[in-house]
Ligand binder design. Sequence first.
Ligand code: PEP
Ligand code: MG
Length: 593
Amino acid sequence: MMASVSAEISQDTILVGIGASPGIAIARSHLLNRARVAGIERRILPTEVDAEIATFQAAVDKAKTHLHEVKEQAADQHAEHLYIIDTHLLILEDQLLINATIDLIRTELLNAEGALSRTLRRLRQVFDSISDEYLRERRSDIDSVGDRLMRNLLGEVRENLATLTGQAIIVAHDLSPADTMQLDRGKVVGFVTDVGGRTSHTAILARSLMIPAVVGLENITTQVMSAEPMIIDGTAGTVILNPSPDTFREYLARKQRYEYLEKELLAYQVLPAETEDGHRIALRGNVELPDDIAAARAQGVEGIGLYRTEFLFMAASVPPSEEEQYLAYRAAAEAMAPHPVTIRTLDVGGDKFVPELNLLDEANPVMGLRAVRFSLKEGHLFRTQLRAILRAAVHGNVRVMFPMISGVAEIRACRHLLEKVRLELTGEGIPVGPLSIGIMVETPAAVLIADVMAREVDFFSVGTNDLIQYCLAIDRGNEHVAYLYEPLHPAVLRALQRVCAAARDAGIEISICGEMAGEQLYSLVLIGLGFSELSMNPASISRVKRLMRRSTLAEARELVGRLLELPTGAEVVQALEAEMKRRFPQIFETSHF
Ligand code: PEP
Ligand code: MG
């Protein structure tokens, strides 16, 4: 049994952070000094400028050499993640970082550390103002590279994680992706950090290495020292300091069960997605950037059910050209063929802000000029995107999907433009491929006239993230009303039932691509409602498939029938949780909801 070496921490102290990588780890802590180092500003003489720039350049070169070494070492184990190191190498070439620092040395007569500090501060401010979580998290890449440069300038040696002697949970202010790649899987059984979010590159790597991790704990580095016993639950996002013998035993048992279930999950990657009675349901992936495609394939997705193309626009400082878009869509189509790739046209506005598209300053952007409304108004952007999609369709099974449709007139306007663009391309002698045409059903209007809409398109995909928001009149980003955001509200269930019925009657495909699709609590409900396709975060595919393969369609339908009778969302949740716990006690015993 482990004994605590810390007198101040009371037994079973629970800290709550963000679960960045699931699983349970039990070990002693190893505190790693990764606090950000500050560069002290100092004025230099004009005669010192050249020497200071040379010092800075040497720090940059050293950082590059180190990253190349990490890349070489990691080439076998982490081939699919080497792009992260490439991203850091690119940052080391970036004018906004390197040239800006050199300019400050020269024009402001600042020492290299001071100039670097100022440049980093400015860059961080720019990143902090971005509202999109994924892009904002890219700030951690700048931090990581900046910190490496600063340590090189100050001549500090970073403790190398490859030299750990026993099993440990790493406790650090932050870990860089390079640190994470160098973790020795035999020794590092988990990690916890003060900063970071679920979509930081370090968190992404932890998930792919299958190392449990909890991030965003704010000040864990000030609460523990090295060699203290601790437990982390990366699924729940909790850390237990100084565990009591009972807690220790309980978590050891949970860990064993979790690991057994995880091993079992691997087998599901290659099994067909069908119910126990042989009813096939397509499980597809939601992707945001070209890099996501390979990871989605590795999870066994049957095509892409939602390609959020606005991320291509957010990731660049100018809108991507027709050629750039064509290449991105074509690569996806080729990688997934013969399975479909569903390309959703630009969905900006609302909470997705792309500064260079000059969106209007609206009082109520979520109900404003967003998604397809914006595309139809900004015809030139829309045409460029449609041209790229039609060209990419030559290379695979491509579907186009229009977001936030609220009436038939919008579908017709989109189809009209699509036809015009197709003729244009043909006239120019450029090959175009066949396209299935679908819409996102995410407004109450689309639900209410789903039967009419179904005659106009080849498929529906329900965007529950927005549909719940509009159906219940709950801003999905407003924490004050978050308690009312109920995916199982009877109104939402009935809306889903209605859309599925309309699709079935019209004989068109019916998909769901909101976050609900990837949450295993809802899997049987969605199958019972009649969805023929679920599109989700690729990492959720095996979990959903496991539940699906252990249930029959009739059971799922019977469950939905019962839930539809209940008057409140709370009662629906209660009944569903009870049913899932009864049928799958191991899977639903802890925080898997
Ligand atoms: C949705 O609204 O459910 C959806 C999938 O689209 P997004 O989250 O990109 O708005
Ligand atoms: Mg949406």
